[in-house]
Design a protein around this ligand. Sequence first.
Ligand code: ATR
Length: 276
Amino acid sequence: MAEKRAFVTGHPIAHSRSPKIHGYWLKQYGIDGSYEAIDVAPADFAAFLKSLGKDGYRGGNVTIPHKEAAFAGVARRDHAADEIGAVNTLWFEDGLLWGGNTDGYGFAANLDQYALGWAANGPAVVLGAGGASRAVIHALKERGVKDIRIVNRTLSRAQELSRHFGPCVSAYGAGAVGELLGDAGLLINTTALGMHGDATLSADPGGLPDHAIVTDIVYVPLETPLLAAARARGLKTVDGLGMLLHQAVPGFERWFGRKPDVTPELRRMIVADIEG
Ligand code: ATR
């Protein structure tokens, strides 16, 4: 058995790309470690958390539908997990099970890689008010973005986030999006909009200033309809795959003792997997 063991758990879990990412790094750095996918039904998740220490795991990732149950089930949480209200990374520290959230880190690191200076580019418009949106807003706040505008089909969910994150975050219904874009420096889509030909909430990047950056956290397809429209308009675009790759970095470092690089080769491997 490998000396250092980690996992990803979800339900279902077969689709997860995390084993490919961590497996690539383990091989790359010659680490005696393993990273397994474990399918755990919701009814069994609490017992699964309790068994981790005994089974010799150093920690792991948690994905849908367990992120909120992990939030409630760990002994300690980091600041990001508390702000986001969900846990995607587990590890042991001084015998206690800790839960963190690296989605906001991954979001910011992806923009750092492809759009340096993004946080100083002006007001940010965030489409969507679900779990992914919370991670994005947390990252924007951490990086000092002062004017964050959430636009959501259901206004009350955006308002809830605005109350949670404080005065630099404002809330709007879908109809307001046009007027919010004129002076925006960042447009971020956190919803599945445009993927199913459903236009309940849509944003036309044509209304953005020339210096604006557009990013989508959806990465299948890599070029979403929003990114395609932004590129056609001549704007800087960043796809969402880098967020997936970068969110894996802090966990790998905790379990396996080395900060891994998000290399072009890793990206090509996951792109081939998505496109294959
Ligand atoms: P996630 O964790 O991926 O963010 P979620 O919590 O279910 O998932 O949130 C989904 C987000 O996408 C919400 O902002 C949702 O809008 P509502 O709050 O109004 O439901 C948004 N969304 C999903 N499908 C949408 C659609 N067809 N049109 C507009 N918004 C949509």
